[in-house]
Design a binder for this molecule. Sequence first.
Ligand code: SAM
Length: 196
Amino acid sequence: MTPFDADAAKYDEDTFHPFVAEQLIDGLEPQPQLLVDVAAGTGAAAFAALRLGPAAVLAVDLSPAMIEIARRKAADLDPDGRITWQVGSAVPLPLGDGEADAVVCASALHFLGPRALTDWRRVLRPGGRLAFSMVTAQRFKPSGDYPYPRDLRVPGTVAEAAALATDAGFRSATARQVTLDQGDRVRQVFAVFAEA
Ligand SMILES: C[S@@+](CC[C@H](N)C(=O)[O-])C[C@H]1O[C@@H](n2cnc3c(N)ncnc32)[C@H](O)[C@@H]1O
């Protein structure tokens, strides 16, 4: 049982996660052969990515409960079965060097740390596209319920967010703030886009 399994049943009640995932997918090129959704949770980014027309999507998450919910939704949202759901650690990804055309990671890099970025650079083919979100230093409130990597870097500016990708060997990195006003709560993260 991972600490994330306890969140699974109510996870889809939070509209912020699909909102962020949609923003990331908007920044990717259409028709990748293989798109990877890293730490996919209940599949927000993997399902959103289907509109890009990928040949295949690999969605990996540590939490069996999250993946179980994603699989149930897939009956309606992925009738062609283009998404492969895999339970396990997403670092390293179960792929060879240069096998992926696109990597997306929504709302999870703060659990994975910089080694995930190095691994994404490894699995992406030259010119492959990366899109990820990252919590902002201003809003990050670590909880004792979850494990965080010791070398976690939490950016405070768009430049620091883009540098996460550049420092891992990506080029053409850009970052912007993504904000959702939920009435009682304003949510904000950085969205980062880069090329391998
Ligand atoms: C906040 S959720 C984000 C889920 C999804 N990407 C989304 O946008 O809704 C964080 C997810 O990271 C997953 N996770 C944490 N550490 C992981 C690891 N090492 N490998 C794979 N998944 C991991 C958790 O199981 C959880 O589903």
